[in-house]
Design a protein around this ligand. Structure first.
Ligand code: NAP
Ligand code: GCO
Length: 267
């Protein structure tokens, strides 16, 4: 048996949501390099155009779709278009997500609901749209992009933590409900990754010093660095490939050790 072949995605159709840039783009890039046909979506035409140019530079023939993952009708239409153009979806990565950093008692209900809608309700909508075809095919992979906030809280991210905590349990429930049909649903839990979403936490201060949160994360991470989207490529391929066919309902944390570490004694 050629064990390395079990990591191949040759002949598979992968849909990565929110893959115009950031973590989603890196995961889509890794899946293309592993042999998959790539579909991705985002909301803005400007981001789509930039992303298509970047995929082309990498020699990746990605198909992009303008679709808001919170809108079930748009999602159904996108999945039908993908099935016509590429084939049924074998691998779904629920990556699209937002965060709002606002003290909870200052956050409006609408702001809370927006985060829940994109980060939790949308993965439900997306999974519901692709599972019927996966059942017909007799296999499928769903990977939900969770977070440190699937396990931990911190100031100002109440909506995000509630969503990502819920996403962890949605992952376990999809695994429980569809595992017998050879559909594996797992989560990937990035630590603190250098992307546009975390850029405000890494901005240089006026005095030239690193952002206090930047310094805090470096001290809280045994790897003593921020992660990069590329750090997620290998784990994401593993969870999308036949190499993980008996892995189900797990959250694979790619965090440089944050969740294992109590932190340094203050100097
Ligand atoms: P990012 O740079 O902000 O990218 C988010 C992507 O999602 C963009 O492509 C955005 O495109 C898309 N998106 C947002 N709302 C959408 C919607 N309603 N419909 C369709 N697309 C939507 O974020 P990131 O840092 O790469 O994070 C990606 C995922 O990883 C998120 O789920 C995030 O919570 C999670 N995560 C990030 C980190 C980190 O440290 N960066 C750590 C753990 C988990 P448009 O705005 O053009 O739609
Ligand atoms: C924050 C960060 C985190 C990361 C990620 C950690 O404000 O604390 O944005 O939430 O995005 O989710 O895993």
């Amino acid at each position: 048996m050629d064990i390395m072949k079990t990591f191949s995605l040759e002949g598979k159709v992968a849909l990565v949501t929110g893959a115009a840039y950031g973590i989603g783009f890196a995961i889509a890039q890794s899946y293309a390099e592993a042999g998959a046909k790539i579909a991705f979506n985002c909301r803005s035409q400007e981001n789509m155009d930039k992303a298509m140019a970047e995929y082309k530079k990498l020699g990746i023939d990605a198909k992009g779709y303008i679709c808001d993952v919170t809108k079930e009708d748009e999602v159904q239409k996108m999945v039908e278009e993908i099935e016509r153009e590429l084939g049924t979806v074998d691998i779904l990565v629920n990556n699209a997500g937002i965060i709002k950093r606002i003290p909870m008692i200052e956050m409006t209900v609408e702001q809370f609901k927006e985060v829940i809608d994109i980060d939790l309700n949308a993965p439900f909508i997306m999974a519901k749209a692709v599972i019927p075809s996966m059942l017909k095919k007799g296999h499928g992979k769903i990977i939900n992009v969770c977070s440190m906030m699937s396990e931990l809280g911190r100031e100002t991210v109440s909506a995000y933590a509630a969503a990502k905590g819920g996403l962890k349990m949605l992952t376990k429930n999809i695994a429980s409900e569809y595992g017998e049909y050879n559909i594996q649903c797992n989560g990937i839990g990035p630590g603190y990754i250098a992307t546009p979403q975390t850029a405000p936490l890494r901005e240089r201060q006026e005095d030239g010093l690193r952002h206090p949160f930047d310094r805090f994360i470096i001290s809280k991470t045994p790897a003593a660095r921020w992660g990069t989207p590329e750090d997620l490529m290998g784990p994401a391929i593993f969870l999308a490939s036949d190499a993980s066919n008996f892995v189900n309902g797990q959250i694979l944390y790619v965090d440089g050790g944050i969740l294992a570490y109590i932190g340094k004694q203050p100097e």
